[in-house]
Design a protein around this ligand. Structure first.
Ligand code: PMP
Length: 279
């Protein structure tokens, strides 16, 4: 916490911290594989951009935050680990006013990674569309990875109530945005399609990596506005995220996608992604 290694029971924030009171802060979820942090630069760039967008000054340099991430993993002897990096607005009054806060808290939590069961990858996920729309950019940009995740949590609850671990979120125009904690891709006639940033998505680091891998493999990949019909009638569908990596989707809203099993392009990109993280 704040550039100091402390045991878990000493890692405490004030009840007056606006991160707790209002979800006023930003965060990242980061993986390390075999002792190497995956795309740390990209995560730090997104963290600092999110902070800039909410007028939050991170009191450490990018280099110092990077070092804190590496050192916290090492102190916990985690070669394959998960890091939750967050910056809260800090303690202030009980009013909203962020100018009446002081000392943003920079917190790095290192933990083991909890993975989806193997069969989800082998058989693919069933997902449903949530009635809860993705927050509009005009209300709060989904490009900001803020501590205010209630929008996604409401959609996640809808998914869980339908027996699904992920749920599809549409934007206010009814277009496909993303899932509650993952980006979405569809394969149509050998081409990869994914919603663009202005569809109201968080620009995932894994999404970026998969787009690069597709380009390297000669798979045409386009960012394009999509509606549910495009997913229902696609050949394959998969999600990407730091925790999930690349995970196939075989059913959406009761419609079987393609052959109803993880498809060849999904498998190819999953393998390529594993190659990337273990390199
Ligand atoms: N969308 C949302 C809403 C998310 O919370 C996440 C997870 N951070 C993602 C997409 C995937 O992003 P990444 O690949 O950077 O983990």
């Amino acid at each position: 916490m704040n550039d100091r290694l402390v045991p878990e029971h000493e890692a405490k924030v004030s009840v007056f911290d606006h991160g707790l009171l209002y979800g006023d802060g930003v965060f990242e979820g980061i993986r390390s594989y075999a002792g190497k942090v995956f795309r740390l630069e990209a995560h730090l760039d997104r963290l600092f951009a999110s902070a800039r967008a909410i007028c939050l000054e991170i009191p450490l340099s990018k280099a110092a935050v990077a070092q804190a991430v590496v050192e916290t993993l090492a102190a916990n002897q985690l070669a394959d680990g998960y890091v939750r990096l967050l910056v809260t607005r800090g303690a202030g009054g009980l009013g909203l006013d962020p100018t009446k806060t002081s000392h943003p808290q920079v917190i790095v939590i290192a933990d083991t990674i909890s993975l989806y069961p193997r069969e989800f990858y082998d058989q693919g996920l069933r997902i449903v569309t949530a009635a809860t729309q993705r927050t509009q950019s005009a209300a709060l940009s989904p490009r900001i990875k803020s501590l205010n995740y209630l929008n996604n949590i409401m959609a996640k609850l809808e998914g869980l109530q339908a027996g699904c671990v992920e749920a599809l979120m549409l934007n206010h125009k009814g277009e496909v945005a993303e899932c509650t904690g993952d980006n979405i891709f569809v394969v149509r006639s050998g081409r990869l399609l994914t919603p663009p940033s202005d569809a109201g998505i968080l620009e995932g680091i894994t999404r970026g990596a998969v787009m690069e891998l597709a380009a390297a493999a000669g798979i045409d990949c386009r960012e394009q506005a999509l509606v549910r019909h495009d997913l229902y009638t696609g050949d394959e569908c998969f999600l990407t995220g730091t925790a999930a990596e690349v995970i196939p989707v075989v059913e959406i809203d009761g419609r079987r996608i393609g052959a109803g099993v993880p498809g060849p392009v999904t498998k190819q990109l999953t393998e390529a992604f594993h190659g990337l993280v273990t390199r």
